[in-house]
Write a protein that binds this ligand. Structure first.
Ligand code: F6R
Length: 335
């Protein structure tokens, strides 16, 4: 069952089905292997985060650089012949369209993931392989698809192993644990209450912390912030000492694979922040493989954001602020 349309809650709960459908769509696209010096995922927002999550899941199994490029350009040092995935749910995001053109100028080997729009049109004209995504979701709810597509890019570019079996196992596990994850999310949303969440990750959980922040922004329409350790210990902890009216809830996302010194840092950082925060919440990811752990942590955060939206009495689905901003910006004169 693939849930398309409907509520944000339905879409978030359908993550396991999205993962399985994504694997099938990737196989159907029959994209060829690309012998490439580096791999790039170009995209914005909900279409970019899958790249960060895939890089985190693959971690030291990556044998070549795999970079997520958010913006209008590829890095100046991007080698010719790189494998470039242009990922845009709508197919109309100007930054991603600009990267698609920049990738051609670089002599890159391109791959596209989209539901349609200008990106699909250009790719079809240029003979670039397209992994077709199902329409009817909010781009951020297609995170499972974007994760799978970015993982496939690593395999196609011979930058890492193909992790389809891991993804499939993660999907089964998420189906099995769905109710437990929902219950945990309900409890955590209550614990956060009306505090402003500040989410800390590290290593595997750094992009997860960022995902939680953006999901709370877009679904609950609330401010939320994130950072990662060890970096935050070198600057942000100092700022907490000035938080005299604690409005923030600090959330720490830990993982069993983290460096032992990082574990100690999480502990100490939580202690430093505690007197200045409304709540300190410490969590550890669950699952055997990194893929299982990253995906379950994403689903947990996505659910929390929807429950925070419900508590606010707002519909998590529309993002009128983002849409209005895109309208105000207008179309670029030339791509
Ligand atoms: C909306 C969302 C946004 C979009 C972003 C790019 O749900 O998550 O962050 O993903 O504005 O648009 P697309 O994904 O269509 O390229």
């Amino acid at each position: 069952m693939t849930v398309i349309g409907g509520s944000m809650l339905d879409a978030v709960k359908a993550l396991p089905e999205h993962l399985r459908d994504a694997l099938w769509r990737i196989e159907s696209a029959r994209a060829s292997t690309m012998e490439a010096p580096a791999a790039f995922v170009c995209g914005m927002g909900g279409s970019a985060i899958g790249g960060d999550l895939a890089v985190a899941a693959l971690a030291d199994r990556l044998t070549k650089p795999m970079i997520v490029a958010r913006g209008y350009e590829l890095p100046s040092w991007a080698p010719a012949g790189s494998a470039v995935l242009c990922s845009s749910y709508s197919g109309n995001t100007e930054e991603t369209l600009a990267c698609y053109a920049a990738a051609e100028a670089l002599g890159a080997q391109r791959l596209v993931a989209t539901t349609g729009g200008e990106l699909a049109e250009a790719a079809r004209t240029d003979g670039v392989p397209v992994i077709g995504l199902p329409a009817g979701l909010q781009p951020r709810a297609a995170v499972g698809y974007m994760f799978c597509v970015a993982s496939e890019l690593a395999a196609l570019a011979l930058a890492g192993p193909r992790i389809n079996t891991e993804i499939d196992a993660a999907a089964s596990r998420l189906t099995e644990r769905r109710e437990r994850i929902e219950a945990k999310a309900t409890h955590l949303a209550e614990e956060i209450g009306d505090a402003v969440p500040v989410i800390y990750g590290g290593d595997l959980t750094a992009p997860v912390a960022y995902r939680w922040k953006t999901e709370i922004n877009e679904n609950a329409k609330l401010p939320a912030f994130w950072n990662f350790l060890p970096e935050a210990d070198h600057n942000e902890i100092e700022g907490w000492s000035g938080s005299t009216d604690p409005a923030f809830a600090a959330i720490f996302l830990e993982d069993r694979d983290q460096h032992p010194r990082e574990r100690k840092r999480f502990e100490l950082t939580a202690n430093v922040i505690e007197p200045h925060a409304r709540a300190v919440i410490r969590l550890e990811t669950d699952g055997e493989t990194r893929t299982e752990r990253v995906l379950e942590a994403v689903m947990l955060g996505d659910l929390i954001s929807v429950y925070l939206a419900q508590a606010q009495g707002v519909d998590p689905l529309p993002v009128e602020g983002i849409e209005a901003f895109k309208r105000e910006l207008g179309r670029p004169e030339r791509q």
